[in-house]
Design a protein around this ligand. Structure first.
Ligand SMILES: [Zn+2]
Length: 209
């Protein structure tokens, strides 16, 4: 049993509503275009080798191979087995957080207190998105998450902080798949920090023809 939430038809953009999640499949050589119609919206993306989902995207490996922590075009992204998974071909915003991680209920409570309880979060979204494959919370980890369009500061004084998203309306990233994959995306639902500039907005997801 393996079921994505959406079957993407090449050339037909799919609108991922604010706070929603999705999974889909992509073939080697196909290009994924992820757009921010209104700008300032972050997508949390994880992906798996379809032939063996124990192999998944790794931001640690991607940083280590590229010797870079601001991955954008024309970098490649790598798996936890150091295989090539994606080639970033275009990236108009050029702000992606590559340290891994996603918002979760426990992290929200730790950072923001009781209001974090029960609030929508990317971990729950990603878990839902992959459930059709018989995968669960323990099929992925924080290292697998590419925070597309997210702005994080690493200031010289040691400050690490999520700052206002910088995406302009219509900005997109295009990534070519370098292996057949299962992809899951959470349209980040967090409103407790500047991640999405305090307003949730749609994303569009398209496999290009
Ligand atoms: Zn999030």
């Amino acid at each position: 049993m393996s079921r994505p939430t959406v079957v993407l038809e090449p050339g037909k953009p799919f609108v991922l509503a604010p706070a929603a999640n999705m999974s889909f499949e992509i073939e080697t050589g196909q290009r994924l275009k992820l757009s921010q119609p209104e700008g300032e919206q972050v997508a949390d993306l994880i992906s798996f080798n379809r032939a063996d989902p124990r192999e998944l995207l790794s931001m640690h490996t991607s940083r280590a191979v590229n010797l870079n922590w601001r991955l954008t075009a024309p970098h490649k992204l790598y798996s936890n087995r150091s295989s090539e998974m994606w080639h970033i071909e275009a990236d108009l915003t050029a702000e992606n957080y590559c340290g891994g991680g996603y918002c979760s209920e426990h992290l929200n409570v730790a950072r923001y207190g009781d209001k974090g309880r029960g609030a929508p979060n990317c971990q729950a979204n990603l878990e839902k998105a992959i459930s059709g494959y018989g995968m669960d919370r323990w099929s992925f980890n924080v290292d697998a998450c590419f925070n597309v369009f997210m702005t994080v500061a690493y200031d010289p004084d040691g400050t690490w902080e999520i700052r206002e998203a910088k995406g302009k309306p219509g900005d997109h990233i295009t990534m070519r798949a370098l292996m057949p994959q299962i992809v899951a995306i959470s349209n980040c639902p967090i409103l407790f920090n500047a991640c999405n500039n305090f307003k949730l907005k749609p994303l569009t997801v398209e496999i290009l023809q």
